[in-house]
Design a protein around this ligand. Sequence first.
Ligand code: UDP
Length: 241
Amino acid sequence: MSTSAPPSYRRVMLKISGEALMGDQGFGLHPPTVQRIAHEVKAVHDDGVEVCMVIGGGNIFRGLSGSAQGMERTTADYMGMLATVMNALGMQSALEQLGIHTRVISAIPMDQVCEPYIRRRAVRHLEKKRVCIFAAGTGNPYFTTDTAATLRASEMGCEGVFKGTKVDGVYDKDPKKFPDAKRYQTVSYDEALEKNLGVMDATAIALARDNKLPIIVFSLDEPGGFRTILGGRGTYTRVQG
Ligand code: UDP
């Protein structure tokens, strides 16, 4: 059990990229990495926090790279959305091995595999302390899973979108290339958009801004990091109004 302060949030959205699940493999799902992230979610769930998740698909397929290779863009995007369903099922399996009840809820109905998205039903799952993993993005081509995370977080009444990355926040320049890069403690939505700080894509940030939904960028590589950040400690950047 971690010794950090208990979380001060009631309901949150955790957004991770598909790449976060691939470990050092360079492709697909790396089961020990998926299990490690499942433990991060369990620590927070055990504190009574209601957890929503959106997982990207970039470890399997990205619509833009498909269309760059000559594939029709919307078809490539649907392939990307299907990739997110695979990742969601992988995460569901890891969470259930830890005894956590979960639901995979897809924006594209596929009843034999997971539940279709029905807002009221999803809210009920959260109230019953089931982790809801929202799959297939927004269900529309030309969007990203960052936008899906912001959209579902708004619909579910989450208090923030927690974007778990490899970096512990948002910097003014790439911290891997520039040792003098400075991390923002807080940054406004408008500044993140204007300076193209790479928090999320512009659609996602604008949606968060319009719904006054904070985005908290933190590193998922720190063990126990998600719980620490929910307790208001650790290193992170908060994007807000
Ligand atoms: N995608 C989409 N609509 C959505 C969400 C995702 O078309 O609402 C497709 C898009 O092709 C994208 C792919 O799914 O490239 C994977 O999602 P994303 O790139 O957001 O994954 P991440 O970078 O977070 O792993």
